[in-house]
Design a protein around this ligand. Sequence first.
Ligand code: CAA
Length: 380
Amino acid sequence: MDFKLTEEHEMIRQAARDFANNELKPGVIERDEKQEFPKEQIKKLGELGFMGMMASPEYGGGGMDTVSYVLAMEELSKIDASASVVVSVNNSLVCWGLDTYGTEEQKKKYLTQLTTGEKIGAFCLSEPEAGSDATSQKTTAIDHGDHYVINGTKNWITNGGSADIYLVIAHTDKDKKHRGINAFILEKGMEGFEVGPKEQKMGIRGSDTHSLTFNDVKVPKENRIGEDGFGFKFAMKTLSGGRIGIAAQALGIAAGAYEMAKDYSKIRKAFGTEIKNHQAIAFKLADMHTSIEAARHMVMKAAWDKDNGENYDLSGAMAKLYASKVAMDVTVEAVQVHGGNGYVKEYHVERLMRDAKITQIYEGTSEIQKIVISRSILAD
Ligand code: CAA
């Protein structure tokens, strides 16, 4: 068993680390405060090839493996989880979904713009009454021969306001339950497509989350993804890969907070010595480091499964479940290590603690991961 990264992996990790420190860190506190989307930074990430890392090179993608992607996600998330969720949704939900299941025309028209960061993508599954229970979609897409007419509302859509291209899941035939669901490519500006107000969030405040409303939106038939009735499986398969990216995001948030706590423990003095010399702090750091390392192994295993044609539904769900818990636990402890300074914005860890919570909610709550895991281990 080889745990060593290749030279190429190391280079990608270093490039993401440099970008995070040089381009994301300045201004991250202000963007969080003002709920400001990292527009310039995302544009640069696109130019550097981070927006379509795994997509096919013929459509502008990097043709990289999932291991490269999670390495980049971890590094970006150590500094700015708001930027990294934009990267994650664009890469693993939108680009991967289109690259894997889209037609040649769809890829030429849409994927080429998404992989370069010229345009940003959003994945629209959740609804006011269909978050975890994804089959209960109320949005409808009625077949009118050469086009569909879409009506409904989507909620909590990451990149909702800043995206240009939206993958929308809707019911085409409610009687067929999940087999009557389809996925469609919509563009901002289509008549009847409205973006609702921005949500005021606890964490990942730099990313923009909106509800979307569709009032008789006419979508050409060629914008349906896959065979008729493929939409639910499309969403599930895409989310399975997406969960590996969010697990890497959770890992990065935890690792970022841990590194800050460790550095702080070496400079802060109490009772006549640096606080790292107190066992109360040293043991916290030991626990944090151990759980992060365990989460990293799980994230890498899930990425490896995906790259090697193994089933990654289970390993991805386990990685997300575990890494998101580690992100919560470690960020809370990192604030504690910082004491009063941990509670103020300039020390960054309070933001990471707020950001960590979303990793237990989006792309399937922790409870959903437990459904996926328990069904898988109890299947035989
Ligand atoms: N791959 C392929 N097919 C899958 C699959 C997978 N991973 N999981 C399920 N399916 C298929 C099943 O095989 C079944 O198909 P057949 O009947 O044809 O065999 C069909 O889908 C229905 O499966 P289930 O009976 O298991 O469906 P269910 O209703 O019990 O739901 C669930 C399963 C796992 C709970 C699912 O509803 C789920 O994942 N819910 C959470 C949804 C979610 O993650 N929402 C997050 C929103 S997106 C987001 O957050 C993005 C963002 O902006 C950051």
